[in-house]
Ligand binder design. Structure first.
Ligand code: IPM
Ligand code: MN
Length: 370
């Protein structure tokens, strides 16, 4: 595997900017006009919330509030609906992705997901695992391009396990192909080989058009960054040529990238399709060990909500509001357990959310004062 390199550079935004139009149009807002009002029309978007399992509901609840508040400062309103997925859906309906959930997701302007999975369902049959529901959702929405940025914020340099001089200024982007490769390839299963020995097999398969479209996304992203694309593949061994990052390497690589930043609890992601709604989710999992204890870091989901505004709706100002508020909250010293260091204030998930809301509101005061 080739290494994506880190390069010290001042941070402008926490999630990269690029023209969403190139990926497919941002969703058009529904315009809401009030009778005979002098106020400008408000923009209205529908967002399907999929809290899922473990810490999912806690972090989605925070992100929803932040989204609403940041939106309200920009004349945007949201119509939220909440649907079950993963283990929660299994318990309710017997399947990890109910038809109603997929239908609601497809009809909305964007989808915000928490996390799926937990001990309870770990020994379920494959088709009844929470993870299967997530893969069905990604396939159903056709979200082939998964953008996973990893940045080390100066405020969190002490949270990285790496030496300061190594971690400082890390700012990279994993463009992970999300709807193909070994995750979906056929044939797959179990059988017997010529010697009569039992075997298991999966297929890593990509069509030219699948590679073409993910490569285009990567080059487009790179153009807005430092103009460098690194293909992480195994072209010297496997039977395909240049890809940016396939589904499985992208999974591994983005987990590794999180180690650079110190906590996976900070890392958002955006999954984009050709024309339908995008899927926005933190890259961390459901963390069943701390679920329901108000210990989770909600910032990865809050930053995923910023990506939702930017890539899903082209609402750059509202996205920046959220990102600025996150930085401001860290500047004020608030930290959840995963990013806590000496001299900072340890808070839980809810309190962190409240502090981000406070930061969003204080931004309004600052801009109003100008
Ligand atoms: C992720 C997760 C998923 C994946 C699992 C839960 C199926 O690890 O989003 O990175 O492998 O894609
Ligand atoms: Mn993963």
């Amino acid at each position: 595997m080739a290494a994506l390199h880190a390069h010290p550079r001042p941070l402008r935004t926490l999630t990269p900017t690029l023209t969403p139009r190139r990926f497919g149009p941002p969703r058009r807002p529904r315009t809401v006009r009030c009778n005979a009002s002098a106020e400008p029309p408000r923009r209205s978007y529908s967002v399907t919330l999929l809290p899922g399992d473990g810490i999912g509901p806690e972090v989605v609840s925070v992100a929803k509030d932040v989204l609403s508040l940041a939106g309200s400062h920009e004349g945007i309103e949201f119509r939220f609906s909440e649907m079950p997925i993963g283990g929660a859906a299994l318990d309710l309906t017997g399947v990890p992705l109910p038809e109603e959930t997929l239908a609601a997701a497809k009809e909305s302007d964007a989808v915000l997901l928490g996390a799926i999975g937990g001990y309870k369902w770990d020994s379920n049959e494959k088709h009844l695992k929470p993870e299967t529901g997530l893969l069905q959702l990604r396939a159903g929405l056709g979200v082939f391009a998964n953008l996973r940025p990893a940045t080390v914020l100066p405020q969190l340099i002490d949270a990285s396990t790496l030496k300061k001089e190594v971690a400082e200024g890390v700012d990279l982007m994993v463009v992970r192909e999300l709807t193909g490769g070994i995750y979906f390839g056929k044939p797959r299963g179990f059988g017997t080989n010529h010697e009569g020995e039992e075997i298991g097999f999966n297929t890593e398969v990509y069509s030219v058009s699948e590679i073409d479209r993910i490569a285009r996304v990567a080059f487009e992203v790179a153009r807005k960054r430092r103009g460098k694309v690194c293909s992480v593949d195994k072209a010297n061994v496997l039977e395909f040529d240049t890809i940016v990052t396939n589904n499985i390497f992208g999974d591994i690589l983005s987990d590794e990238a999180s180690m650079l930043t110190g906590s996976i609890g900070m890392l958002p992601s955006a999954s984009i399709s050709e024309s339908g709604p995008g899927l926005f989710e933190p890259i961390h999992g459901s963390a069943p060990d701390i679920a329901g204890q108000d210990k989770a870091n909600p910032l990865a989901t809050v930053l995923s909500a910023a990506m939702l505004l930017r890539y899903g709706f082209g609402e750059e100002n509202a996205a920046k509001r959220i990102e600025t508020a996150v930085i401001e909250t860290l500047n004020r010293g608030f930290r959840t357990g995963d990013i806590h260091s000496y001299g900072t204030t340890l808070v839980g998930c809810k309190r962190m959310g409240e502090e981000v809301l406070r930061s969003v509101d204080s931004e309004k005061l600052v801009s109003a004062a100008h």
